[in-house]
Design a protein around this ligand. Sequence first.
Ligand code: SF4
Length: 327
Amino acid sequence: MEKKRVLSGMRPTGKTHLGHLHGILENWCNLQDTYECFYFAADWHALTSEYKNAAVIKESLIEMIVDWLSVGLDPQRSTLFVQSWVMEHAELHLLLSMITPLGWLERNPTYKEQQEELADKDIGTYGFLGYPVLQAADILMYKGNYVPVGKDQLPHLEITREIARRFNYLYREVFPPPEALLTQVPNLGGTDGRKMSKSYNNAIFISDPADVLAAKIEQMITDPQRGYRKDPGNPEVCGLFPYHRLYTDPEVVQEIDSTCRRAAIGCKDCKKQLIKEVQEYLAPIREKREYYLTHLDEVEHIMHEGTDRAREVARHTMAEVREAMGM
Ligand code: SF4
């Protein structure tokens, strides 16, 4: 039976952190056997917020791909490509922008949220408002059946579905409206307890050397009510505990839960344990990173091959689109 197609992308705007690893990349890896996966580096999307510092995109791009390969994305099973290397995305973006009512973009709830989140950046641009149209072009180009999304991204996907339906209505049936593949995102906060983000300077990166990683975990905010070692703690409000849930053997997690609540374990020891678990988890990833960082030609070759595959599909879709529109 033909596999259904999954499409997803990631913006190269900085280093990959543990939130990306467990919230996105692991999921991408798990989908590789069941679906035909197209994963792309969304460098044009990165420009919507980083246009003043475009050089950071190129720097981040190669590192991001190295991270993808190191955590288990497999170019034999997935098509890995770079968005801006497939110029057809720009053409489809332009054509779809002609049929997208402005109100759909202005009403997009994430538009306002993002403006607040990226308040330090001037993103009152045409490109930023049109971000969901570019996203629609990326997805529809490959006629993706599914898009892995967290709940907060559902409105964006809905715009893609609306654009697909509008195109099909105006011209002819070309684009299947993609479905959401809802993903569970573990609630990993940054070292200061806020959302993990490079702009808050609280992120733990895949590329952090062992000593830097240990220092970051040592600084992490635990249960703020637990002033002294003799005070019982509450794992439910501790920023460290979700990490244990992810990295530590479930029986040990149970034990930490109960010993913490009766003050039989101190936060220092608890952190030591976590450092050990995370280092073990990251060891094979670090080894692969080392390999790919010293074999960048291979990385580039993988991306060119993937992009060639993607471009072939894109050319086919664009021929259909132009024909449907009578262009
Ligand atoms: S013992 Fe562990 S789980 Fe309990 S508050 Fe300290 S760091 Fe958090």
